[in-house]
Design a protein around this ligand. Structure first.
Ligand SMILES: NC(=O)c1ccc[n+]([C@@H]2O[C@H](COP(=O)([O-])OP(=O)(O)OC[C@H]3O[C@@H](n4cnc5c(N)ncnc54)[C@H](OP(=O)(O)O)[C@@H]3O)[C@@H](O)[C@H]2O)c1
Length: 338
């Protein structure tokens, strides 16, 4: 098999294709010949040495694949053989062949390409947990989606639109027309104006009921301040940590010092809630993930879940895929194609 390795901490040039013997499925596992492998922002954080959950480098990262099952281990369902499927991988997804536990496998809907399927596991499950499970967004409420043009942002827009909420998003201006067409009601170019002032204008000073914030650090404080009474702040990323030019640990320290503290009395006094989401810490809850994916696949069948692929990169251009995301050029999913 061919795999993409992160050979050490550093820039996109640290990605390298290497060959290894094909893995064999064990009990309860299947093997997938991969047609598309998803890139996530966490993979970039891992390469930069800013992702505490990543395996020690050198490593093969990657959380999701889609392809065809070509071997089935003992105790796994034999009728998976030859079927097209997509899966969550606990790292190791940057590969053309992978073995996964059957419980992390889902049948590929005929309506979606393999590239579209790898937009579902991380980005749609994260958005589902944020918007539906913990954010409890209701019809008629307002939500602010930061990074609206990213994969999680687009998934959150699909879900919020289906619920019937008013959707505000922050994104650089080149993405606004696309996001409007996807269902966002108003967009704010956070690179040119203070998004909180513009949000206050849009929401007529009331604030919004749900804010999804993957920027982190001091940005969480600003988002918290923009909530309406009964508002919820969902925190799920640390994109801001990549902005500084300080070396790894100092960068994390600067980021950490900006993080607000939320006291119970202040939350009570203002009728607000804060919560965190980390899909990478949900492996012990595969039953929940499967139930959420079932709902997402129903959305695919009904047409309101619309995974959007930005572009695919061949394995030997994996470094370009990372650079593309770091330059914030993508709208939606970036995919590696063996
Ligand atoms: N906790 C979890 O379980 C979980 C799961 C998935 C993702 N995440 C996190 O959610 C965030 C978005 O993930 P994604 O997959 O949607 O990413 P993505 O598709 O790569 O989207 C990234 C986009 O975010 C915008 N952005 C704003 N500030 C940024 C910054 N400081 N650095 C880089 N990009 C910035 C850029 O768009 P503009 O042109 O608008 O600036 C960029 O194109 C990441 O922080 C990721 O780690 C967390």
């Amino acid at each position: 098999m061919r795999q993409i390795w992160i050979t050490g901490r550093g820039g996109p040039e640290k990605l390298e294709v290497r060959e290894a013997p094909d893995p064999q499925p064990g009990a309860g596992e299947v093997r997938i010949r991969v047609r598309a492998s998803g890139v996530n922002f966490a993979d970039i954080l891992a390469r930069l040495g800013l992702y505490p959950d990543a395996p020690p480098l050198p490593a093969v990262v990657g959380y999701e694949v889609s392809g065809t099952v070509d071997a089935v281990g003992p105790q796994a369902r034999e009728d998976w053989m030859g079927r097209e499927a997509f899966a969550l991988t606990r790292f190791g997804g940057y590969t053309d062949t992978v073995v996964v536990p059957e419980e992390q496998l889902f049948e590929k809907p005929a309506a979606l390409s393999h590239e579209q399927c790898v937009a579902l596991p991380v980005q749609y499950l994260t958005a589902w947990q944020l918007v539906v499970v913990m954010g409890a967004l209701a019809p008629g409420e307002a939500v602010l989606v930061h990074n609206a043009g990213g994969g999680v942002g687009l998934a959150a827009i699909d879900i919020a639109r289906h619920i019937g909420a008013t959707i505000y998003g922050t994104a650089s201006s080149g993405k606004h027309a696309f996001l409007k067409a996807r269902g966002a009601h108003a967009l704010i170019d956070y690179t040119r104006e203070d998004w909180s002032a513009e949000l206050a204008r849009l929401a007529e000073g009331r604030g919004v009921e749900l804010i999804l914030d993957p920027l982190g650090g001091a940005h969480w404080k600003k988002s918290y301040a923009a909530l309406r009474s009964t508002g919820r702040l969902g925190m799920f990323g640390a994109s801001k940590a990549t902005e500084s030019s300080l070396p790894g640990l100092l960068r994390l320290l600067k980021f950490g010092l900006g993080i607000p503290r939320f006291g119970p009395l202040a939350l009570m006094g203002r009728n607000r809630a804060v919560f965190g989401v980390n899909l990478g810490h949900m492996w012990q809850e595969r039953g929940k993930l499967r139930a959420w994916m079932q709902r997402i696949l129903e959305g695919v069948a009904a047409g309101w879940v619309r995974p959007h692929v930005d572009r695919g990169f061949a394995f030997d251009r994996a470094g370009d895929a990372h650079a593309w995301i770091e330059a914030r050029r993508n709208i939606g999913k970036v995919v590696l194609v063996p």
